[in-house]
Design a protein around this ligand. Structure first.
Ligand code: 5GP
Ligand code: ZN
Length: 135
């Protein structure tokens, strides 16, 4: 896609700090890291959402992520990593080229996990049935 910033990174039309690439995926450091070592993993083909990405490509994204985490762990020594995928603009996706965030975590780094809301067992049962029936 011509005006996609991540496609431009793939084609070296804009600079980036690439750390790994293979036939189908590319990984580079996020320009605005939430923490040291924040890495973005993308497919080399342009897809926007997880629903729109072929399964084999999604597998490759995960395989690359699995390969990178031990190296990132050694490089920045975090206490853990969060993986994030903002799927569609309503969920915070700014760059419309599917990407997985690898975000190293550190003690007292100021980040917190999603807060949960209470849901009744009846509500959960109804919703699980609804989704199951739509598969
Ligand atoms: P999103 O909100 O779409 O999930 O996240 C997009 C991410 O891409 C952000 O964390 C942002 O900092 C990163 N990003 C945006 N533009 C560039 C760029 O030109 N280079 C790099 N390395 N990262 C970028
Ligand atoms: Zn793209």
């Amino acid at each position: 896609m011509t005006d996609c910033i991540f496609c431009k990174i793939i084609k070296n039309e804009i600079p980036s700090n690439k750390i790994y690439e293979n036939k189908t995926t590319l990984a580079f450091l996020d320009i605005n890291p939430v923490n040291k070592g924040h890495t973005i993993v993308i497919p080399k083909q342009h897809f926007e959402t997880i629903e729109g990405t072929p399964e084999d490509v999604l597998c490759e994204i995960i395989k690359t992520t699995k390969k990178l985490i031990p190296a990132i762990n050694q490089a920045v020594n975090p206490i853990g990593v969060n993986l994030g995928l903002n799927n569609k603009s309503g969920a915070g996706q700014i760059v419309p080229h599917i990407h997985l965030h690898i975000m190293p975590r550190f003690n007292n780094d100021g980040h917190s996990l999603f807060g949960g809301k209470k849901a009744s067992s009846e509500e959960l049962k109804l919703l699980s049935d609804k989704i199951k029936n739509l598969l």
